[in-house]
Design a protein around this ligand. Structure first.
Ligand SMILES: Cc1cc2nc3c(=O)[nH]c(=O)nc-3n(C[C@H](O)[C@H](O)[C@H](O)COP(=O)(O)O)c2cc1C
Length: 396
């Protein structure tokens, strides 16, 4: 799919995607838990953080190269795990995988993806990680991890914040289910979007492809319990997974410390884009608190609410080592397929770059709490970094 429209921001991508996609699909991507207040809060929290420009620093040469878990990436961000990407445009998983390989960023393939983990590894090579949801049993879940390990995956992300998929009112209203079932409402919705419907049907209706069935008829069921992803399972997984292990969906400092003690290689601070709990605190507010709890050594990944390059820089300043992109990637693919995705990534790279220049930073490791604006700072720079962190934790 080629788009005549260029994308200059996530908002452009969202607007175009909303026009092009059937409502059922757009709502699946955008929807959050409850009244979706948490979803807005995730985004608004970024606007509360102000940055302090510095001038006349030598910032002519700038680099976004970032090291994470013994890999070097071309930018400090990657693509978060998202199920059923092929719903927004045919071959979306392949587009993400090839783009990730070409621009050297990581993508995390979801357990609920509609492409097999074997195919995606062929397309992305070492740039793909695998995200695991607890399946019907520990044995089946460990077997899925082993399958990824045998294919060559070296990074596994265990998602732990979906003991049960939440009630998402938009999906309930639209009759959206996985595996997909055609309802009269969906039929009319699709008929109003013939471009999407013809290309999606021609490519085959997407369905989850990485579920290991325990018996006949035991396919992936979106609403099945995933509560088996407990501390005992994490221990089993740690013993069996030889590569890097990341635990995703941490929002509490106590859970972060416990995960660290369980021997994970990195902690992924995320509230799942507030798709699970409406009253969850905005992820960005949790970052500095979790960083304080776990100390400087353990890498922190971050998502939920990132919409532009300044957001990425703010997350890095507040303690993240790496940032992951969720909905914006889906909007971009829905808006313009691979070209849309490339447009979005270009915007983000440029945005991070110019933000760094404004802050007097030439590399991501230059970023820190000293880049936050605090209105109590004296001419002698008397406001300390820990005072900045405290102000942030207090919600300012
Ligand atoms: C359509 C969609 C599907 C998702 N599927 C998964 C998934 O399969 N596994 C997972 O760990 N997270 C999943 N997530 C959550 C994302 O990984 C990420 O945490 C979230 O999108 C971040 O919020 P943001 O998109 O508002 O920035 C999904 C998110 C969306 C929007």
């Amino acid at each position: 799919m080629r788009s005549a429209h260029r994308i200059y921001s996530t908002e452009d991508a969202r607007r175009l995607a909303k026009k092009r996609l059937p409502r059922t699909v757009f709502d699946f991507v955008e929807g959050g838990a409850g009244r979706e207040v948490g979803m807005s809060r995730n985004v608004e929290q970024f606007d509360r953080i102000l940055l302090q420009p510095r001038v006349m620093a030598d910032v002519e040469e700038r680099s976004q190269t970032t090291r994470l878990l013994e890999s070097r990436y071309g930018a400090p961000f990657g693509v978060a795990p998202m199920g059923m990407c092929n719903l927004v445009c045919p071959h979306a998983d392949r587009m993400i995988a090839e783009t990730a390989r070409d621009v050297n960023i990581p993508m995390c393939l979801s357990s609920a993806a509609s492409s097999t983990l074997e195919h995606v590894y062929e397309w992305a090579g070492k740039n793909v990680w695998f995200q695991l949801y607890f399946g019907q049993s520990s044995e089946i879940s460990l077997a899925t991890a082993e399958r990824a390990q045998n294919v060559g995956y070296s990074t596994l992300v265990l998602t732990v914040d979906v003991p049960q998929v939440s009630r998402r009112v938009r999906d309930l209203r639209n009759g959206f289910t996985m595996p997909f079932k055609m309802t009269p409402g969906a039929f009319f919705d699709f008929a109003r979007h013939p471009g999407w419907s013809i290309s999606t049907l021609a490519a085959g209706v997407p369905s989850p492809k990485n579920h290991i069935a325990s018996g006949p008829g035991e396919g992936f069921v979106r609403n099945a319990s995933r509560a088996g992803a407990d501390w005992a399972f994490l221990e089993q997984l740690r013993a069996r997974w030889h590569g890097k292990l990341i635990v995703k969906g941490i929002t509490s400092p106590a859970d972060a410390v416990r995960a660290q003690q369980a021997g994970v290689d990195a902690i992924y601070v995320s509230n799942h884009g507030a798709r699970q709990l409406d009253g969850v605190p905005p992820s960005l507010r949790l970052l500095a608190i979790i960083r304080q709890a776990v100390g400087p050594a353990v890498p922190l990944l971050f998502d939920s609410g990132i919409r532009n390059g300044e957001d990425i820089v703010k997350a890095l300043i507040l303690g993240a080592d790496f940032v992951m992109l969720g909905r914006p990637v889906m909007y971009a693919l829905g808006a313009g397929g691979k070209q849309g995705l490339n447009d979005l990534l270009r915007c983000l790279v440029e945005d991070v770059d110019t933000t760094m220049a404004q802050l007097g930073a030439t590399s991501v490791s230059d970023l820190g709490l000293h880049n936050l604006f605090v209105d109590r700072e004296g001419a002698d720079g008397s406001e300390t970094n820990s005072a900045r962190a405290k102000l942030h934790i207090a919600g300012q």
